[in-house]
Write a protein that binds this ligand. Structure first.
Ligand code: COA
Length: 374
């Protein structure tokens, strides 16, 4: 925390805006000391147990779980938007297949967003018409971006499948089995919202200027791509994939600890205790790895986690959600470079909820900087 006097009178601020409050919210509650995450009052464990991604998305956006009619209408609306404008797919021809998948997906969404009618209308009513379209277009575009990595053509949506299973089918070109589909859906549920993290804040800044919801989501995507944020799941898995066995993991961790290495997949700005999302996802990851003859990878992960937490938990550093999701995505057949994509897809829900919550009373967000020039 630094303190300055001058143009801003006496001001204190923390590096990275740590501990700074910029607004109030009813979307999520995060207790970083007890490891609790609630969406709209519901513990994430309970939602992961009992809900579909569609229900959770509705809850996050609207504040209440949908009743039967609302759930049916919302699911229908999401299905209605499963076919994004063809122009967004046509753009793939101009994007190199070695571009980062998140950049490919973001570029496609930029083009699709130009096709939202009345995009210039930024009143609350018009903004509220956008979440279903953005979410469903996003899923199809994200799947198309993943296929582009292998030079494959986008696939049409599978109307009979739910949101998460359909995304996987479109991305992988095969229908996931029940276990795979549920593991992936639960990973989307626990990543659907996480307060005003850096990407959500980026989205909030953009919406506060009077911009449209699509632009806010695109800003969130840019922020999420960084290696300290949504890019960490790819790096965490790539590290793990280089480790042959638990013994290797322990030796490598000790070597890196001595170098004060920043381990992707560990540490969190808010959680200074075990990340509740890790607790939910670990059994799904373990089971998927076991059924795919990849138990070794599970044991290597467990050894790495134990070694790093053993050394760093005193500092409040534990395994985070980005260290475990790759162990669900990998046995499904997603390439590591694509791992940030499902995280992004899920959490767009939370960004939109924060934007829509902020809009009615929102003031343009514009902080200051202390000038150090003489
Ligand atoms: N591995 C090793 N040390 C870590 C660490 C990690 N993953 N994360 C934080 N630290 C250490 C820092 O080196 C620093 O140590 P110091 O005080 O001795 O200098 C201390 O913890 C505080 O780090 P800081 O970067 O100020 O904390 P933060 O609250 O800003 O960190 C993250 C939050 C997420 C940026 C950070 O934990 C990180 O970079 N993690 C790895 C990337 C990642 O997994 N991101 C996804 C988060 S869900």
């Amino acid at each position: 925390m630094r303190a300055y006097t001058g143009h801003y009178e006496l001001q204190t601020y923390g590096r990275g805006l740590e501990n700074l409050v910029v607004t109030d919210t009813r979307v999520a509650e995060i207790d970083g000391n007890r490891g609790r995450l609630l969406y709209r009052g519901y513990p994430v464990e309970q939602l992961a147990e009992a809900c579909s991604f569609e229900e959770v998305a509705y809850l996050v956006l609207h504040g209440e779980l949908p009743g039967r009619d609302e759930a049916a209408a919302w699911t229908e609306e999401l299905k209605r938007w499963r076919k994004p404008p063809a122009e967004a797919f046509a753009a793939l021809a101009r994007i190199p297949s070695n571009a980062h998948p998140l950049a490919i997906y973001r570029t496609m969404l930029t083009i699709a967003a130009c096709h939202i009618p009345e995009a210039e209308r930024t009143d609350l009513e018009a903004q509220w018409r956008r979440p279903a379209r953005i979410l469903s277009w996003s899923a199809a575009l994200a799947a198309g971006a993943i296929r582009h990595l292998h030079g494959e053509q986008p696939l049409p949506a599978r109307d009979e499948l739910g949101f998460a299973a359909n995304f996987l089918a479109q991305a992988l070109g095969r229908e996931p089995d029940e276990d795979q589909a549920r593991a992936f859906e639960v990973s989307m549920i626990v990543q659907a919202e996480h307060g005003l993290h850096a990407a959500a804040f980026a989205a909030l800044i953009v919406i506060s200027t009077g911009a449209d919801l699509g632009s806010a989501v695109l800003a969130g995507m840019g922020a999420l791509s960084g290696i300290r944020h949504g890019g960490a799941n790819q790096l965490a898995f790539e590290n793990l994939a280089r480790l042959h066995d638990p013994g290797h993991a322990r030796r490598w961790a000790r070597e890196k600890l001595a170098q004060r290495y920043r381990f992707p997949g560990f540490g969190h700005r808010i959680y200074k205790c075990p990340d509740p999302r890790v607790r939910v996802l670990e059994p799904y990851a373990k089971r998927l790895l076991e059924t795919n003859d990849l138990s070794d990878r599970w044991h290597t992960y467990a050894a790495l986690r134990e070694e790093v937490e053993g050394a760093l938990s005193e500092k409040g550093i534990y395994a985070n959600v980005d260290g475990i999701t790759g162990l669900i995505y990998h046995p499904l057949g997603l390439p590591a470079s694509a791992f940030p994509i499902p995280f992004c897809l899920a959490i767009e829900t939370g960004w939109m909820a924060h934007c829509l919550e902020y809009l009615p009373s929102g003031k343009m967000i514009e902080p200051g900087a202390v000038c150090l020039l003489d």
